[in-house]
Write a protein that binds this ligand. Sequence first.
Ligand SMILES: Cc1cc2nc3c(=O)[nH]c(=O)nc-3n(C[C@H](O)[C@H](O)[C@H](O)COP(=O)(O)OP(=O)(O)OC[C@H]3O[C@@H](n4cnc5c(N)ncnc54)[C@H](O)[C@@H]3O)c2cc1C
Length: 502
Amino acid sequence: MFLRMSLFRMIRTILVLGGGSAGLMAAVTLKRRLPALDVKIVRSPEIGIIAVGEGTTVSFPKLFFEYLKLQPKSFYEMAEPTWKLGIRFLWGPRKQFFYSFGYEFQHRYPDLSRDNGFYSMGADESTPIPGPLSAYMSLGKAFPKQPDGLPQVHNHHGYHIENKKLVDWLVFTARALGVGFIDATVTPERGEKGIEALVTANGERLTADLYVDASGFRSELLGGVLGEPYISYKDTLFCDRAVIAGWPRTDEPILPYTTAETMDSGWCWQIEHENFINRGYVYSSSFISDEAALEEFRRKNPLIATEPRIVKFRSGRFARSWVGNVVGMGNAVGFVEPLEATSLQVICLEASSLADSLIDSLCEPTPSLVAFYNVFNAQAWDDIRDFLAVHYAFNTRLDTPFWVACRNDTRLHGAQPIVDFYRENGPSKLAAGHHLHAANSFGMDGYLALLLGQNVPHGKRYVPTAREADSWRTRSVNWMSDARRGMDVRQSLDSLRKRGFK
Ligand SMILES: Cc1cc2nc3c(=O)[nH]c(=O)nc-3n(C[C@H](O)[C@H](O)[C@H](O)COP(=O)(O)OP(=O)(O)OC[C@H]3O[C@@H](n4cnc5c(N)ncnc54)[C@H](O)[C@@H]3O)c2cc1C
């Protein structure tokens, strides 16, 4: 007998509360995957959007150009992104190290007995080059040059995108797909299933079968009306503020990566836009005042030309993101500082997993599906906390009170068994499947990049045979000479723009 266990009558209408990146990405994803749904965004002109969030991971192009199969032309023309191959860390005892999106440390070449991680990282302070993408990054190059003069744009990249341009492109895309927009500040009304209506100032009651809470840090529905419990990450992540500013690019090369630089009481990003360099100092207000952070930020970035603005945040997530007829999205569900630029990544996951849930449940989600959705998306936030823990617990670059506290007190949570395994077994990926679930977006590769990059000691230093050492040397030389022939971001943009981004 068919057992009908749906939480909902069929979902036909969705109201998305919020027109920031989260609300827009959710609306575009839902409308593209389920065109029959009536999807509307309600956004407050008075409240506005947070207007930060400018670095992505590979999840962003994957969502829009693989999962949603949108054409990238309008994105390149309107959002004017640059490519990001990974992160350059000024972190730990080495001058620098790279974490690329290429899964380079866990790769194994057929003529070598071990993975790249065993060969590429001396315990000295040199810059490790574990694979071709790191070689490109080390020379400021983005892509190989094809015979026709165009860059060979592979898919191991994210983007740097100015927030306003991203939001403009998302609004354009949402409208083109048929998403409706309502400009109003609303007050939610509680009902039996969660939310009964969103009420505008002039008393209009907006109703839907499902409400997506993308109201940013206000979390109007999930944290506000529904009072979902909040799980703080403050035993791992001590930072709670950022000061943000930048300057117009002059003759600086456009670097194909985000830079993350150790600061006295936190760290500073550098994000590379085509015509603007964006800097932000993420710090802990328990260790430095706003004034002192601003002073350090300005001193280390004398080119700053825009008025710095301070953004306050807390790190953590709500226990569940789907409660009754409300599904949270973006900052309304959780937030983790942008050390790995992961908020847009989580939104990609939240939006696509919601669309998949509606598709597979024929728009009548069941309790077990909602329970799964909650575990799956909570895990994505916790994975980021765990990964960031390794950035904080082992950075020996500075001995300021902040960094001493990070090394002494950072709780590793889910990263603990990975670190323990690494300490005994070195850069082996043997236990990856045991310690990391299949959907972990950083994988063992991310952990190895950070552990080896920061020179965290381990007990299995491998001395390659003469033949292996020779093979590795030849490879490294080839990667560097390929990279030297490659195209930088400026050359890649110019050549693709000339062809109309086709
Ligand atoms: C310092 C900092 C740096 C960051 N850097 C990165 C990065 O490099 N990469 C990355 O991936 N992420 C980054 N993020 C995160 C990123 O900014 C956000 O995840 C992303 O912008 C999504 O924001 P949002 O849409 O959830 O919220 P918001 O942009 O705040 O949008 C909230 C929306 O809800 C609306 N709203 C709220 N209440 C009401 C109401 N009552 N009625 C009507 N409308 C309402 C608002 O008007 C707005 O439209 C960063 C965040 C911070 C704080």
